[in-house]
Design a protein around this ligand. Structure first.
Ligand SMILES: [Zn+2]
Length: 43
């Protein structure tokens, strides 16, 4: 069994505010997710 190498740049960047998801508070994550979904439904 071989484990895949850990990629250093595995930080998820929020497409909404361009900040790492890690730096979001749970509330911020919910808000950004909602905004992104609204964008999708508008397009
Ligand atoms: Zn965000």
């Amino acid at each position: 069994m071989t484990e895949p190498p850990k990629s250093e740049g595995s930080e998820e960047i929020c497409p909404n505010c361009k900040k790492p998801i890690k730096e979001h508070s749970p509330e911020q994550v919910m808000e950004c997710t909602r905004k992104l979904q609204e964008d999708k439904s508008q397009a």
